[in-house]
Design a protein around this ligand. Structure first.
Ligand code: CMP
Length: 144
């Protein structure tokens, strides 16, 4: 059986080296880990389906995902994201359904943050909130 303490240390180590969480203090990181899950998905797995309700935010620890948007009868790829990129922020910010489908392009490890923890991080960290809002606006504009 794996030791929960060593999982904690591994997550803390990965998070400390994740650009996205650089501005967090050590105790904030530890608080965050409590609400964070790490999952591994296989190539081809649909992590998010366009149109579904949104309840979580994802950060890519390893691997790669593609983002596809269906409009009417047409489906197009709008982006590919890799290590340190994030996704799933749009539904949480706008309270609208998922705007795109996100599919693993290879074995991919993800940090998953539930909505309440996501909201808390945004509230406590203006720099992170600003970066996420910027991505939200850019992505929304691109998909129009
Ligand atoms: P959300 O709408 O919650 O779920 C699908 C996610 O795909 C979305 O949040 C964004 O995180 C991501 N996404 C949508 N469009 C783009 C884009 N043009 N570039 C990068 N990521 C995108």
């Amino acid at each position: 059986m794996s030791d929960p303490n060593s999982i904690f240390h591994r997550m803390r180590d990965v998070l400390r080296h994740t650009y996205f969480f650089q501005s967090l203090k050590m105790h904030e990181l530890d608080e965050l880990i409590g609400g964070l899950r790490m999952i591994r998905v296989q190539k081809g797995y649909e992590i998010i389906k366009q149109g579904d309700p949104g309840d979580a935010f994802y950060l890519i620890a390893s691997g790669r995902v593609s983002i596809t948007v269906k409009k009417g009868f047409r489906t197009g790829k709008v982006a590919e994201l890799g290590v340190d990129d994030f996704f799933g922020e749009m539904a949480l910010i706008s309270n609208e359904p998922r705007s795109a489908t996100v599919t693993a392009e290879e074995v991919t490890e993800l940090f998953v943050l539930q909505r309440k923890d996501f909201d808390q991080i945004l509230m406590k960290n203006p720099a992170i909130a600003q970066e996420i809002r910027k991505a939200f606006v850019e992505r929304k504009t691109k998909n129009k």
